[in-house]
Design a protein around this ligand. Structure first.
Ligand code: SF4
Ligand code: FES
Length: 236
């Protein structure tokens, strides 16, 4: 039985249990912390850095989604400094690849776009990378557009933890990191892919999408995935 502890979030005394993360406790107490790579039901990866929070007595910002809560912790989820960090993290996500919303199947249904708006990111202050990246159209049902991938690994985790197929992984490092299907071959050639589409549904951008859709036509749903993850006992 996890031990009950008490913490302060934005000055408010909150009950928590050992084993919870800062994000779990903040959400249970209706405190908003922005997240992008996090998806309830999947093991958190801590890759997007949007959920950074301030913890009293700690000299650096900590990701709420992967940091375990501790008795007596005092957490601040909202400040000008945090907003500046979150905006910068968002700008780096936007400049790394080619996110042209106006011609994207997910325009207006995109978590990256919605988060940029929510954080007030109206422009990017640093030079864009403009990498030349391929689009994998080899799968009979879906496409992978590397130009729109933010390497959040939601697809990797849902495929491994919920579907159990382990089709996806990240290869390379830093700006050369790429999402790759089984043995770095074309997605359509994957023997392990069950064509379930869970990776497509959890992808926060238009990087994974169904074939045959036009601009703004791709909408996604996580509800089913959450239910499946809970059923399988993944990161309950
Ligand atoms: Fe994330 Fe989508 Fe890229 Fe997968 S394809 S890592 S879900 S952005
Ligand atoms: Fe915590 Fe992405 S949501 S690092």
């Amino acid at each position: 039985m996890p031990q009950e502890i008490s913490v302060r979030i934005d000055g408010e005394l909150c009950r928590a249990s050992e084993g919870q993360t800062i994000l779990d406790v903040a959400r249970a107490n209706k405190k908003y912390i922005p997240t992008l790579c996090f998806l309830e039901g999947l093991t958190p990866s801590g890759s997007c850095r949007l959920c950074l929070v301030e913890v009293a007595g700690v000299g650096r910002l900590l990701p709420a989604c992967t940091t375990p809560i501790q008795n007596g912790m005092s957490v601040n989820t909202n400040s000008d400094k945090l907003l500046r960090h979150r905006q910068m993290a968002m700008e780096f996500l936007l400049l790394e690849r080619n996110h042209y919303c106006a011609v994207c199947v997910c325009n207006n249904h995109c978590e990256l776009q919605a988060m940029a708006q929510r954080l007030g990111v109206t422009h990017v202050r640093f030079p864009y990378n403009y990498p030349r990246l391929p689009v994998d159209v080899s799968h009979e049902r879906y496409i992978l557009d590397h130009n729109r991938c933010i390497l959040c690994t939601r697809c990797v985790r849902v495929c491994a933890e919920v579907e159990g197929a382990n089709v996806w992984e990240i290869s390379g490092r830093g700006i050369n990191s790429r999402l790759v299907a089984e043995l770095n071959g074309p997605w359509g050639g994957s023997k392990a892919c069950t064509k379930c589409g869970k990776c497509v549904q959890v992808c926060p951008t238009g990087a994974l999408a169904e074939k045959g859709l036009g601009v703004e036509e791709m909408t996604k749903s996580h509800e089913n995935i959450k239910w499946l993850a809970v059923k399988r006992g993944v990161h309950a």
